[in-house]
Design a protein around this ligand. Structure first.
Ligand code: MN
Length: 266
């Protein structure tokens, strides 16, 4: 089995090093990861400047681009083969609730998923890498259980038989013996972020710093916020279709009225 490993914190981040060490005897693991921290880059691709790939002394390849760039170029030519699984992380901090929209960790995994490769994004719920090796062991446990199920999967056409999936996994910063288990959880919701922070630059310009994420707004039973707070690692299956299917009929009359007005102009 072959695993493509990436992240958003950069190829030198402790999280990807620990995850590589934990996975390397389960499969052939190749690392293609951003050169620098690309947290909150979501699914961004670099279209207006060239990407360069270099290989570090430890064999990891690094790219002057985003997490999605790394997975994209790996899958479209750099690797020269199709991996069985794309893994991203372990991220320095939670990717729960609305964070997943912004997350470069999830973005890297989602890029694999969009190419029809099953993918998992791993994050520790607290920043600072406490109990990182325990989190890597937990990630390894999940990957080891899923790898055999991928042996017969062969591409996007397997989407509906369960072999094609995108998982968002958040792991509490706990020693393994204190982790209570795994729970399947839905994404919670966050309040709008804190206010932007302004400062004066040495040359008198106003600088703006994006404020920190808001507190949890929907963190009840069944959410990732709730389960991780109870000491569980959470598994959230994600989908990519942003269509709000339930309100398609609500918007149909608007389209009709606009069409009638347009026809009245003819
Ligand atoms: Mn990050």
């Amino acid at each position: 089995m072959k695993i493509l490993l990436s992240n958003d914190d950069g190829y030198q981040a402790p999280g990807i090093v620990a995850l590589y060490e934990a996975l390397k005897d389960l499969a052939d693991v190749e690392v293609v990861a951003p050169e620098h921290n690309n947290s909150a880059k979501s699914n961004a691709l670099t279209l207006h400047s060239p990407l360069y790939v270099h290989r570090a002394a430890n064999g990891f390849r690094y790219v002057n681009g985003t997490p999605a760039d790394c997975v994209h170029i790996a899958l479209t030519g750099l690797l020269g083969y199709r991996p069985d699984l794309v893994v991203s992380g372990i991220n320095n901090g939670a990717n729960m609730g609305d964070d997943t929209i912004y997350s470069g960790t999830v973005g890297a995994a989602m890029e694999g998923y969009l190419f029809g490769v099953p993918a998992i994004a791993f994050s520790q719920t607290e920043k600072g890498w406490a109990h990182l090796d325990d989190a890597a062991a937990t990630a390894r446990q999940l990957v080891a259980q899923l790898l055999p199920t991928l042996a017969c999967a062969d591409g996007p056409d397997t989407a509906r038989d369960g072999a094609h999936w995108l998982l968002n996994v958040n792991i509490p910063n706990l020693p393994r013996h204190a982790l209570r288990g795994f729970k399947v959880a839905r994404l919670g919701r966050r309040h709008a972020a804190e206010a932007v922070i302004t400062q004066q630059s040495p040359r008198g310009d106003t600088m703006y710093w994006i404020g920190s994420a808001g507190a949890a707004r929907e963190d009840g039973e069944g959410t990732d916020f709730h389960a991780t707070a109870q000491g569980y690692a959470t598994i959230t299956p994600l989908q990519v279709d942003l269509t709000d299917h339930a309100v398609l009929p609500y918007w149909a009359p608007t389209a009709s009225r606009l069409t009638q007005t347009l026809q009245g102009l003819a």
